[in-house]
Design a protein around this ligand. Structure first.
Ligand SMILES: Nc1ncnc2c1ncn2[C@@H]1O[C@H](COP(=O)(O)OP(=O)(O)OP(=O)(O)O)[C@@H](O)[C@H]1O
Ligand SMILES: [Mg+2]
Length: 219
């Protein structure tokens, strides 16, 4: 489902020095897997996720996700890829404060079809994460775990086959994080392929496989 080989990425620090964050990293995630990527802070986990999600185009190497080749793809193809193939979940939820949970979930529709059934589908997505009863609340009226559920519902709104998560439990306490991990496991059993970047053992313990990012390489 996800295949990357020879990924290299270098940042310029603005003072003429360059930092090699990825140097020939390769990975392969099969359809239906739940895989964790671990590594110390600054090892390049978020950088890797941005490349796999079609958010970053400035790298060397080959990436194919769900049969779509990302390296060298046009901006238009990458925009379509981001809308249809991957959902993103971040540590800090990234919800819009002035919108209800349901409106946040339907946000991807703003960039697409504006279909009349968006509110119904948003409610379905919230049901899938166990939050339909709070669909009309604003993010400020939700707990951290509930906010992350809304963010997950939004990531799943357009029914992508792949979910990419960057420290999804990083802002949650133990019990709440455990509930989110259980949710990922259930979604994974329902067929979703999940790649989660984390430095928490409880997340990697729930994964079927753990990759380590070290010195720019995945092992
Ligand atoms: N836009 C940028 N310009 C310059 N350097 C950057 C940029 N983005 C990231 N870096 C550097 O690249 C390295 C990898 O960053 P990245 O965010 O991928 O690490 P990470 O593994 O996700 O870390 P963390 O666990 O703290 O989130 C870091 O040293 C960071 O300072
Ligand atoms: Mg990061």
């Amino acid at each position: 489902m996800i295949e990357a080989s020879g990924l290299s990425k270098t940042f310029e620090d603005g003072e003429g020095k360059s930092l090699a964050v990825l140097s020939g990293a390769s990975l392969r995630v099969a359809r239906g897997e739940l895989v964790a990527v671990m590594g110390r802070s600054g090892s390049g986990k978020s950088t890797l996720l941005h490349i796999l999600g079609g958010l970053d185009t400035d790298y060397a190497g080959q990436v194919t996700v769900a049969g779509q080749r990302l390296d060298g793809a046009s901006d238009e193809a990458l925009a379509r890829f981001r809308n249809t193939t991957v959902g993103f979940v971040f540590q800090s939820f990234h919800l819009v404060s002035g919108l209800t949970a349901a409106e946040n979930v339907a946000l991807p529709e703003l960039f697409g079809a504006h279909a009349a059934d968006a509110p119904r589908r948003a409610l379905e997505a919230l049901e899938r994460v166990g939050l339909a009863a709070k669909a009309q609340r604003n993010p400020a009226q939700l707990s951290g775990g509930e906010r992350q559920r809304v963010a997950i519902a939004r990531a799943l709104f357009l029914k992508p086959p792949v979910l990419l998560c960057d420290e999804p439990t990083g802002n949650l306490d133990g019990a709440t994080g455990a509930e989110i991990i259980e949710l990922f496991q259930r979604l994974n059993r329902e067929g979703l392929t999940i790649l989660a970047v984390t430095h928490e053992d409880r997340v990697s313990a729930a994964a079927q496989r753990v990759l380590r990012l070290d010195q720019g390489q995945l092992v």
